[in-house]
Design a protein around this ligand. Sequence first.
Ligand SMILES: [Zn+2]
Length: 314
Amino acid sequence: MKKRSILNKLKESKGSTSLVFVCSVVLIVILSALVTDIGYVAYERYSLSRNVDSIVMSGAQTLADSREECIVSIKRKVSGRIKGVSEMDIRISENNREITLLVKKNIGYIFLRYVGFKDKQIESRVTAKLSNVTSYTGISPVAVESAELSFGDKCKLTNSDIEKSKENDEPVLKIIPIDTQDESFKTSFIYGYRKKVHLGMNLNAVSGGSLNIDENSVDELIYKCRHEPLCSYDNYTLGCPRIIILPVVEKEDSSLDGAMKVVGFTAFFVERGNVVKGLKDTITLEGRFIRYTVKASTSDGMPDFGLLGVKLVH
Ligand SMILES: [Zn+2]
């Protein structure tokens, strides 16, 4: 009798151990499914938000040129890059300085759908604000004097006085080489001046006629574009080295030779150019001023020279 009860007790305990085991396995499976689906939703949310941000950034660049093209390009990119879109809303402000994009999509759970959970809707909304650039790191060390700039038309920039007097149908604008202090002029010209330049800052012109630059420096700058197909002024990759950012300046005092105050920034697409060494070294850049956007500090109500900064607000 005593023996039997011990045996029964053993059997009972064995049974409850198996029950505990089975329950644990079921629990682990449910928890894993839950964790997997939570992770999946989090990943989808992140990926949607990244896509929406990058679509709005490139939309902001197109908006600098045309509102209609901006809408078409955003719609095309949303349908090309985001699967399962259930709703999309694009809003552009009257003054073309703000784009808001809202994208909603449905995602199906991987495991939880088998226990009755329905599809989940996720959404991402972002506003891109375009305003005037107040400071920029990486300018080309040549300044343009404040003037009405025409965008998209061929234009020649030069620091030579002789070229300036030979004006024909292609407009010629004077550029002023900037003293880059302890950084070589050539390095600043090819890679961009590494010091941050901001509105209201004083820049000095290079004194004397000699510039620390090589005869092939313009070609070196142009060949830094390795994009396929090669960039052109109306079809370029954002950040292309052939797009140079120039400070727009006003002479501080006409009696002073060198001092210039920064009043804005502009972007120029370099198509060709050369450097001629002589008594006075001359740089000539041929290309076009473009409307362009960069990531930079911005502020509203500044004079517009075509360069805008984009800020994303979530
Ligand atoms: Zn390029």
